[in-house]
Design a protein around this ligand. Structure first.
Ligand code: SF4
Length: 280
């Protein structure tokens, strides 16, 4: 197989592959849809991009959001996709990164009179009920898609995640979403097989992590944090630094612990060879 096949030889390079995505919807006959594929660098959206590319769907645009919290593996995968397909991955960088919203963004109470000083600075770490990070990301991607005529925004949700479909999305009316993996019946357990089929550089990552998320995602498991501390000490130091600067928000970093607490706990566990979940 050529390391970097051109569009002309790409079909011959990887067939046969047993997975087929349904064709995207069209607005009107003869008007080509602009297919915007939102990529995270993780296995689900990478599988979606590779299948779409190898099925020759027209007008594919690869899009990724840059928040400052990407795991280094995300950049590796996105660069590989661009090289493998010959299609650029456009990076959307917001005016303010997630560090700003975590620490510095002025926050007002709804009941505060106009012009009053901020109640505090920084949203603090995201939690399940307050995933401000996800909303900022989705809003930015939707805003981009709305500016592209006849666009459909592809989302790499798998068939076993369809429960997420039911969530109301205020942007749905103006940004058509397309969920080809779920429609094709492809489940999360299969997407890594698809990535491996195309030799995407993700196998090692998923040996250590259950998913590819932001390196400092406070919703990640303790085992995931411990893995980051062990495999990426420089990222763990960044987490410690960020958490030490979240001074005006009451919630701790993750699972009720500060990052410094977790650092001490993991250090003791490592010294005593106590396993805190199978994270490696
Ligand atoms: S991975 Fe975690 S921190 Fe990153 S956007 Fe998702 S919920 Fe937020």
């Amino acid at each position: 197989m050529p390391a970097n096949p051109t569009p002309a030889n790409r079909a011959a390079a990887v067939h046969p592959n047993p997975w087929t995505l349904p064709p995207p919807p069209m607005y009107l006959p003869y008007i080509p849809t602009n297919n915007i594929l939102c990529l995270s660098g993780g296995k689900d959206s990478t599988a979606m991009a590779l299948l779409a590319y190898h099925q020759h769907f027209p007008n594919l645009r690869f899009l990724a959001f840059e928040s400052e919290w990407e795991h280094p593996q995300a950049r590796i995968t996105l660069d590989w996709i661009a090289e493998r397909t010959g299609l650029p991955v456009e990076r959307l960088t917001p005016v303010r990164g997630f560090n700003y919203y975590l620490i510095d963004h002025p926050v007002h109470r709804r009941t505060d009179p106009p012009g009053s000083p901020p109640h505090r600075h920084g949203y603090g770490w995201p939690s399940m009920p307050t995933r401000w990070c996800t909303r900022l990301k989705v809003n930015t991607l939707n805003q981009y898609a709305r500016q592209v005529p006849y666009s459909v925004r592809w989302v790499g949700i798998t068939a076993d995640e369809v429960a997420r479909w039911g969530k109301p999305d205020p942007d749905e009316s103006t940004c058509v979403k397309w969920h080809p993996l779920a429609l094709a019946g492809i489940e999360a357990k299969t997407t890594l097989d698809i990535c491996n089929h195309f030799n995407a550089p993700l196998a090692q990552h998923y040996k250590h992590y259950p998913r590819l998320s932001c390196f400092c995602c406070p919703l990640a498991s303790l085992a995931t944090h411990r893995t980051t501390r062990r495999l990426y000490p420089e990222l763990w130091n960044t987490i410690l630094d960020l958490d030490s600067r979240v001074t005006q928000h009451p919630s701790a970093f993750s699972h009720g612990h500060t990052a410094a607490d977790l650092d001490r706990i993991f250090a003791v566990a490592d010294r005593q060879h106590l396993l805190w979940g199978q994270d490696a």
